[in-house]
Write a protein that binds this ligand. Structure first.
Ligand code: MN
Length: 340
């Protein structure tokens, strides 16, 4: 790879876009990565980029941490069989370029930091994202924080590069757009997001069916878990903060897995008077994952305080604490944010 690819941080977006497109055209064997606990955007984007690279004759390996945990409906909607686990063996592969999509920091890849270092070492790292909190850890950093989804960023890149979307790529990108915008409902949805959606529809990305499948489709076990978690919803006295907890006990009661509980943060946000919604997931005896949503408060600062990140109105974190402790410290910070 060309040394000039290293000067990117201060380039304009347009110049950086050229560098990414160059990297897409030049790579012979690419490793495409995205964050752990993947969502529709991270998976759809990684798969679409993998296919775009293959269609132009490169080899592309798509990998994430623990792909076996990908739960319905994503595992049916997308070709998750081609996603490999991100392991130490992958670091030994003959990749010239590592593309990382939708991932604000390498820590979110989930692998130990030594593994990330080994995967990145001596390779061009192309970081394509839409999170304002992106740490610019790549050789090339293309971060468009005005984009509603990484899928939208990729659509822009592909259009600019003259890379046409196959039907499968269009379905993958449309899935990402719908997932991150909650069916084009969030404020980041722009005219360009809708242009991307229209263009992807013309390429075969289903528009009317995708929202229902990405956002609302649940297996019966997932529906039971969803109901059980909603039945446990709590709120502060003024009703401005609402939360629920997906504990091991709750998950066991309905015979589910914690990964089946998608959609809860958005559901809590629908509660009248709620300005901040939080969902706490017990993922171990002393580890708790959290998702935060808000209609008007920038909650990403609270997520970052606990080692996480995300967007102003949608963010997440993982804390090495039992769920009761994690909940207490996070709710305390959220109350301070509202009082602030
Ligand atoms: Mn995203």
């Amino acid at each position: 790879m060309n040394k000039s690819l290293r000067i990117t941080r201060d380039s304009t977006l347009t110049a950086t876009r050229r560098l990414v497109i160059d990297a897409i055209w030049r790579t012979q064997h690419a490793l495409v990565l995205s964050h752990r606990d993947p969502d529709a955007d991270s998976l759809g984007s990684a798969l679409a980029l993998g296919e775009a690279l293959e269609n132009r004759g490169a080899q592309a390996t798509v990998a994430i941490d623990s792909p076996e945990l990908i739960a319905p409906p994503l595992d049916e909607l997308l070709d998750v069989n081609r996603v490999l686990p991100l392991t130490a063996e992958l670091a030994d592969g003959q990749y010239d370029t590592v593309f990382v999509v939708d991932t604000a920091s390498p820590a979110l890849l989930g692998a130990e930091s030594s593994l990330c270092e080994a995967v990145f070492r001596d390779r061009t790292v192309v970081n394509v994202d839409h999170h304002a909190s992106n740490r610019r850890y790549g050789t090339i950093n293309y971060v468009e924080d005005i984009a509603a989804a990484t899928a939208e960023v990729l659509w822009v890149l592909f259009s600019d590069a003259g890379i046409s979307c196959t039907e499968k790529m269009a379905v993958n990108l449309q899935t990402g757009l719908v997932g991150d915008t909650i069916g084009f409902q969030i404020a980041d949805t722009s005219a360009r997001t809708l242009r991307a959606a229209a263009s992807l529809m013309e390429s075969g990305g289903l528009t009317h069916k995708t929202p229902r499948r990405v956002l609302n489709a649940r297996t019966i076990i997932a529906a039971r878990l969803y109901g059980a978690a909603l039945a446990e919803v709590q709120s502060t006295a003024d009703g401005r903060i609402v939360w629920t907890s997906v504990t091991h006990d709750l998950v066991a009661t309905v015979n589910a897995r914690v990964e089946y509980s998608h959609g809860l943060p958005n559901a809590l946000q629908e509660i009248v008077g709620a300005e901040i919604a939080a969902v706490f997931y017990e993922i171990g005896a002393s580890a708790t994952r959290g998702s935060l949503r808000s209609t008007s408060y920038a909650i990403n600062g609270v997520a970052e305080r606990f080692g996480g990140g995300g967007h102003q109105l949608a963010a997440g974190f993982t804390i090495d604490q039992p769920i009761a402790t994690a909940r207490r410290v996070v709710l305390d910070q959220l109350e301070k944010l509202l009082d602030g």
